[in-house]
Design a protein around this ligand. Structure first.
Ligand SMILES: Cc1cc2nc3c(=O)[nH]c(=O)nc-3n(C[C@H](O)[C@H](O)[C@H](O)COP(=O)(O)OP(=O)(O)OC[C@H]3O[C@@H](n4cnc5c(N)ncnc54)[C@H](O)[C@@H]3O)c2cc1C
Length: 144
């Protein structure tokens, strides 16, 4: 999904924090090769890439909601709004489980208030997420 907010490599590597977190990611950027090619008698892994993630980073609510101009009753917790490089880090199954728990709580709030998922109040959502045991910021001094 490409939405109004797109998570990028800079967010994963701590250059800037994304707003309104609904979970954390921490796996290093790990882009699997698309195919193997032979060049100059050597096998090359085309598309392979990676990068260090220095500490757990916030994953914003904006990554799991579509643009309000497209659809208002959908939460997307696997094919999130992230670049190819950022997705190379967020694509871990525990992250998808974390985001899905947050999405369920957001959906509950939206239903309760009869509003679209984009209208959910972040302070209300964050309070419910914390009450449910979600971790929304990395404890001080944590490294990935
Ligand atoms: C090599 C590799 C190693 C990984 N290792 C880890 C790891 O150690 N830990 C970790 O947390 N994550 C790991 N991941 C990441 C994680 O496994 C994936 O991000 C996750 O499985 C993605 O889940 P998904 O449901 O989005 O897609 P998928 O698991 O790919 O599921 C999509 C399903 O849809 C089916 N499908 C596709 N098209 C159609 C169609 N038209 N009709 C019907 N069915 C269809 C596919 O057959 C497939 O079963 C790894 C990924 C890869 C590729």
């Amino acid at each position: 999904m490409v939405s109004d907010f797109v998570l990028t490599q800079g967010h994963c590597q701590g250059e800037q924090d994304g707003p309104e977190p609904v979970g954390l990611g921490s796996y290093g950027i790990d882009l699997h090769e698309i195919r193997r090619v032979v060049r100059d008698g050597m096998v090359w892994r085309e598309g392979k890439g990676g990068g260090r993630v220095p500490r757990p980073y916030p994953i914003p609510y904006g990554t799991i909601i579509p643009s309000a101009t497209e659809v208002t009753n959908l939460l997307v917790t696997f094919a999130i709004s992230a670049t190819h490089v950022a997705y190379g880090s967020t694509r871990m199954e525990p992250v998808f489980m974390i985001l899905s728990q947050s999405a369920a709580i957001a959906a509950d709030l939206a239903l309760e208030e009869q509003i679209g998922v984009q209208g959910v109040s972040y302070p209300k959502l964050a309070a419910r997420l914390i009450a449910a045991g979600q971790v929304l910021e990395a404890p001080h001094g944590t490294s990935a």
